[in-house]
Design a protein around this ligand. Structure first.
Ligand SMILES: Nc1ncnc2c1ncn2[C@@H]1O[C@H](COP(=O)(O)OP(=O)(O)OP(=O)(O)O)[C@@H](O)[C@H]1O
Ligand SMILES: [Mg+2]
Length: 163
């Protein structure tokens, strides 16, 4: 299984120890993401954003969380056989994990390159496929971890701190 990591050095210690411990969250939310369901994909990230807004998270941070989680949600509906979004809300951070049913990413480093896309015609008709989602997820998150390989599932994890 291939693996890709990107961590904001300011949060490296907290993020790695968080992943090692996975403490119980204050709030957790689960969403099903169906194949090519551009009507409902995006609802999970909207719900997370609204919940965090109610908790008083700074608007600039909310925007980063919304962008990163929306792009990941769209990737599951656009490029996979469907999957799930699991969101865990803490008092200092949010941890979101996307698990899909495959077919996986053959070369994660290549998939991270801005402009690289395998989006099919339907996905492009829906306005996606610029190859900018993964770079955007990386730019907006404090931790990004992807595990995947072609013929298998993809798991994408992000952590974003509120301050
Ligand atoms: N969950 C996934 N399963 C399989 N392949 C994926 C998944 N997520 C991303 N990919 C692959 O990585 C490529 C790049 O993803 P990225 O989000 O950067 O761009 P895109 O989805 O093609 O276009 P955009 O996000 O700009 O609409 C995709 O075209 C696809 O080949
Ligand atoms: Mg995308």
């Amino acid at each position: 299984m291939a693996e890709y990591w990107n961590v904001n050095p300011d949060y490296e210690i907290s993020a790695k120890s968080f992943l090692a411990d996975k403490p119980e969250a204050d709030v957790s939310l689960e969403f099903e993401i169906a194949v090519k369901d551009f009507v409902n994909a995006g609802k999970g990230s909207a719900e997370v954003k609204n919940t965090l807004k109610r908790l008083g998270v700074d608007p600039a941070i909310l925007r980063r969380i919304a962008v990163a989680s929306y792009e990941a949600e769209i990737n599951v509906t656009a490029h996979s056989e469907g999957g799930k979004m699991y969101s865990y809300i803490y008092d200092d951070s949010v941890y979101i994990r996307f698990e899909d049913k495959g077919p996986g990413i053959s070369n994660i480093e290549q998939a991270m390159v801005p402009g690289w896309s395998t989006a099919d015609d339907l996905v492009r008709e829906m306005g996606f496929g610029a190859g900018l989602g993964l770079p955007n997820i990386q730019k907006n998150s404090d931790l990004l971890h992807i595990t995947s390989e072609y013929g298998s599932t993809t798991t994408l994890e992000i952590i974003i701190y509120y301050s």
